[in-house]
Design a protein around this ligand. Structure first.
Ligand SMILES: Cc1cc2nc3c(=O)[nH]c(=O)nc-3n(C[C@H](O)[C@H](O)[C@H](O)COP(=O)(O)O)c2cc1C
Length: 184
């Protein structure tokens, strides 16, 4: 099976000449799983909300996906170590912004831990006061309806209350890198 061959190769790569594992097997397995999951190509989004003090909070997310049309539901998952964890799991609303190909710098900005993210982008208070980034490919304003435990992440299920599509070429993420869509 290809997956086990890859894992065996990673194990070999992780061995020193004395055949002592340089990296713990569980760490190797975790890296192999991450690399294999990275074969799945996604778009890139920025999710936003407010913290308990009313300050804007946001982070880059590629776990966003559609769930249901009737009712309109979407999901994404948040790392329990994220600084924004309490805000996203406690506030009633969040917004999802699908990034365009020329918004890689916004993805990098919102992937920064605790950085001053909102001082460097154009945004305004959207529905229910949730920060809304300007000029993205698509926008979804959501009400959080459920938090589902998912190991080291929590899955947030949201009901879509409002949405807008602006179109444009999307930002694409594949195997840990930003990519451009191949032409039709
Ligand atoms: C392309 C990309 C996708 C990401 N997707 C997720 C995700 O789905 N869930 C998550 O918790 N973190 C994801 N991250 C990592 C967060 O953006 C990053 O940990 C960020 O620093 C969290 O911000 P905070 O700790 O200030 O809240 C992603 C990062 C990148 C670059």
């Amino acid at each position: 099976m290809a997956a086990s061959t890859d894992f065996a190769q990673i194990l070999i790569d992780g061995m020193t000449t004395e055949s002592t594992p340089a990296i713990a097997p569980s760490a190797l397995q975790s890296r192999a799983l991450r690399d294999t999951l990275g074969q799945f190509t996604t778009g890139v989004t920025v999710v936003t909300t407010r913290d308990a003090a009313g300050q804007p909070a946001g982070m880059t997310v590629n776990s966003f996906n559609s769930v249901s049309l009737e009712p309109a539901l979407v999901l994404w998952s948040i790392d329990k170590q994220s600084l924004g964890y309490d805000s996203f799991t406690q506030q009633e609303h969040f917004a999802v912004h699908v990034l365009k190909a020329d918004q890689q710098h916004i993805s990098n900005l919102f992937a920064g831990r605790g950085a001053d993210k909102f001082g460097q982008v154009h945004w305004h208070a959207g529905p229910d006061g949730v920060p809304q980034l300007e000029d993205c490919a698509a926008f979804f304003h959501c009400r959080r309806v459920q938090c589902i435990d998912g190991g080291d992440h929590t899955i947030l299920l949201g009901e879509v209350l409002e949405f807008t599509a602006n179109g444009g070429e999307p930002l694409v993420f594949h195997r840990g890198r930003y990519r451009a869509l191949a032409g039709d």
